[in-house]
Design a protein around this ligand. Structure first.
Ligand SMILES: C[S@@+](CC[C@H](N)C(=O)[O-])C[C@H]1O[C@@H](n2cnc3c(N)ncnc32)[C@H](O)[C@@H]1O
Length: 273
């Protein structure tokens, strides 16, 4: 499946490190997507963009509530050439972090400079994490990588991203049409820990499942296979498929493998898988 995708397109890798990246899921999603490839792909939680770059829809609405991430994609769409000095040095990293936080305070977080700094910190900060303190200041420490090797020129992304739309809102503010194929990959439900690092709480999981169940077109949602996620999607008449995910960086930096589910509606799985 992957080679079939590669023959059709020049492969574009996700340009950022992003927790919960779903590149490994693209071949499975493609078995469903290929029957709807004339549809608009809507990703309410686009994160590292692995799925959209893997499926390469003609039309897409890609959203994430992280406005800094979406600012980076906005500039990527315009043909970003990363022009910060990519030094692998802790003092330099912290001076860039300070400058980025100053841009946020100045109301200049939507600039090309902010996009460049965001990219640099994504590649040199600890584990590619994206974390802000209560004052909305980026606070990820230096990553201490032995060496850094990453692209600076993103011109290859321009023709692919040109027709896609990007937004940075809460998922519920997206306006869906019946001819939308929705792939939703929210932060994972973490059922058995008292403290969740994610702002995405159980109420948000419920609100998402109910919002997806109202969609008139095909829907695929992925999540950790906790008992309550399973019960939630089953109660809303989704079909459930279990998957074993590869080792991954979760949103809190944990690297444990996870049992996952794909919850689908409006897609006949017997025909496809
Ligand atoms: C598991 S990650 C998505 C990973 C993505 N599928 C990939 O392949 O990289 C979940 C994303 O949801 C975003 N998010 C969290 N709460 C949100 C909300 N209420 N509305 C929209 N996006 C949200 C986070 O910023 C994060 O990027």
């Amino acid at each position: 499946m992957v080679s079939e995708l590669q023959v059709k397109h020049e492969v574009l890798n996700p340009p950022l490190k992003w927790a919960g990246g779903k590149r490994w899921l693209v071949p499975i999603l493609h078995t469903m997507w290929k029957h709807y490839s004339g549809y608009r792909l809507v990703e309410p939680f686009v994160g590292g963009m692995a799925v959209a770059l893997g499926l390469r829809p003609q039309k897409a609405l890609l959203n994430d509530s992280n406005s800094h991430l979406m600012n980076f994609y906005f500039w990527l769409q315009k043909g970003l050439h990363a022009d910060v000095n990519f030094k692998n040095d802790s003092c330099y990293y912290y001076s860039c972090r300070e400058r980025f936080n100053q841009l946020i305070l100045n109301g200049e977080a939507d600039t090309k400079e902010a996009a460049n700094l965001f990219y640099f910190m994504n590649r040199t900060g600890y584990n590619g994490l994206c974390r802000f303190n209560s004052k909305n200041q980026f606070n990820v420490p230096f990553g201490r990588y032995k060496s850094l090797n990453y692209p600076k020129d993103f011109l290859g992304y321009v023709p692919v991203l040109r027709k896609w739309h990007f937004s940075a809102v809460d998922f519920v503010d997206l306006y869906l049409q019946p001819n939308d194929f929705v792939y939703a990959d929210p932060p994972y439900d973490v059922q058995f820990t008292r403290y969740s690092a994610s702002d995405f709480k159980w109420n948000d999981q419920i609100r998402l499942a109910e919002w997806l169940a109202c969609h008139k077109g095909p829907v695929v949602a992925s999540n950790q296979a906790t008992e309550r996620v399973l019960a939630l999607y089953q109660s809303l008449n989704f079909s459930i498929t279990f998957l074993d995910a590869p080792r991954r960086i979760s949103c809190n930096g944990d690297r444990k493998p996870a049992r996952e589910i794909l919850a689908t509606r409006g897609i006949n799985l017997n025909k496809l898988l």
